[in-house]
Design a protein around this ligand. Structure first.
Ligand code: ZN
Length: 463
């Protein structure tokens, strides 16, 4: 109690001592002291201590911390999601949508170092935002971090892998549930309130996440899908690309397919996150030790390298999908030629080009084409140039990743990239002018009389 009271006094005095605007405390000693209570002086962070902490964060930093109660554990303990972003802005400074990252910890109640990494990740961004650190400011202006620190508070309290019903929560998800040799997967998929609330949250709030990390401990390794199968996942390029970058710049932590890196496992949150939600998903096994560390080494030091890996994954989340950028779109009388770059680390296999009328309806869609990760390519697609109308526009439609479950993107192609002058045989006349009108009228003649009359009037009016 005394420690906590002292901390409270320090928190209250800090802004006075600094004497500066909030968010600018350059020499604040917070970085040396962190993480501080409740995890420095306890062998084990209880659910009660966590509850005090996360509510304290929300009270002290309403500008960046949005705390959400997302349901109860089987014994009625609140599952907290800490939502971190610069909540003064709904979008990035340039107006585009923020990237979304989902993190959970503590599926297994006796894997304290995994829970602690989820906690440290949240605390890092809160501390550093308050200290005016540019990396934290950039991340929170461009990203939403949703962190469910302790998914299994009942198991955490009694220091056991299982939840209170003796179910292994990380075998209880609705993805090939109970189809591997496994123990205690529950009576059915999502039979446990903890997993049900976790999947409900994913489906309600973070469907468009471009990163999901679920934190455990026991073997120092990061596992990507699948646990169910030995095969590489459809987005192997993405996972391999991330591995290459992590190894080149941050850490030599092993990164492997879960089935081969660990053992076959089914109904995990990782396979669900990827196979059902379409997220790039990692199980982060933080340490060779599974249980509470019996040393005086601070968790901050113990998990420093793991936190660096998390910062890398979060800083670069923009790349963890296919991200197509149209360099040029040339329309001729019988084709469109698309010059496109994929800046992302994931391939897309079902992109298509759309031509839309002024009312937004899709008048034409191309055949599907693929664009590999981190490449540029030119795609030529047959197109009838006479279909151009005034007010028409071009869109690109594609999936963010190869996995079936990944979300779709439909983006308009900027007009400055589009050249439609080739569609009317080099004539300088604008779209919808005479040559096109002739083609339209000829087409209309084929149609029944009533329509012909109507089309003719419409086209004539356009000019
Ligand atoms: Zn675990």
């Amino acid at each position: 109690m005394r420690g906590r009271a002292l901390l409270l006094v320090l928190v209250l005095l800090a802004p006075l001592a600094a004497g500066t605007v909030q968010g600018q405390r350059p020499e604040h000693p917070v970085q040396d002291a962190w993480p501080g209570e409740p995890i420095d002086n306890h062998v084990h962070m209880t659910w009660a201590a966590l509850t005090l902490e996360v509510n304290g964060w929300a009270d002290d930093h309403p500008d960046i911390v949005d705390l959400m109660d997302v349901g109860d554990s089987e014994l009625g303990r609140t599952l907290w999601v800490v939502r971190l972003s610069d909540w003064s802005m709904d979008t990035k400074p340039n107006g585009s949508a923020k990237e979304i990252v989902y993190i959970d910890g503590g599926h297994h109640g006796n894997e304290y170092l995994g829970t602690a990494l989820a906690y440290l990740t949240a605390k890092f961004y809160i501390n550093e935002w308050a200290a005016g650190n540019q990396e934290a400011i950039d991340v929170l202006q461009h990203t939403e971090l949703h962190i469910l620190i302790m998914l299994n508070p009942d198991g955490n309290d009694i220091d056991t892998r299982w939840n209170i019903n003796q179910v292994d929560l990380n075998r209880n998800y609705d993805h090939y549930w109970n189809t591997c040799p496994t123990t205690q997967p529950g009576s059915s998929a999502f039979s446990e309130s903890e997993t049900m609330h976790n999947s409900d949250y994913m489906n309600a709030y973070v469907t468009d996440a471009d990163l999901y990390v679920t934190m455990h401990t026991g073997v120092w390794i990061m596992l990507y899908p699948w646990g169910k199968w030995a095969d590489q996942p459809p987005d192997w390029e993405l996972f391999w690309g991330i591995r290459e970058d992590v190894h080149a710049t941050v850490s030599d932590i092993p990164i492997q397919n879960a089935n081969q890196g660990l053992y076959p496992n089914c109904g995990t949150s990782r396979d669900y996150g990827y196979g059902v939600m379409g997220f790039p998903t990692f199980t982060f096994e933080t340490d060779d030790e599974q249980f509470v560390p019996g040393s005086f080494e601070s968790l901050h030091d113990r998990l420093a390298e793991e936190l660096d890996v998390m910062r890398f994954l979060i800083n670069n989340v923009w790349y963890w999908r296919a991200r197509l950028d149209v360099n040029a779109l040339d329309v001729s009388r019988d084709a469109v030629t698309l010059d496109v770059t994929n800046h992302g680390y994931a391939s897309t296999t079902n992109a298509s080009l759309e031509y839309r009328l002024a009312d937004g309806s899709v008048a034409w869609a191309s055949a599907l084409f693929n664009v590999n990760a981190t490449t540029s390519k030119t795609v030529e697609l047959p197109f009838d140039g006479s279909r151009l109308v005034s007010g028409g526009s071009w869109n690109l439609n594609y999936q963010k990743r190869v996995i079936d479950a990944s979300t779709w993107v439909n983006e308009s192609i900027p007009t400055e990239a589009i050249d439609e002058t080739g569609a009317d045989a080099g004539d300088a006349m604008p779209v919808g002018a005479a040559p096109l009108l002739v083609v339209s009228l000829l087409a209309a003649v084929v149609a029944e009389g009533q329509n012909r009359r109507k089309n003719g009037n419409t086209e004539a009016h356009e000019d």
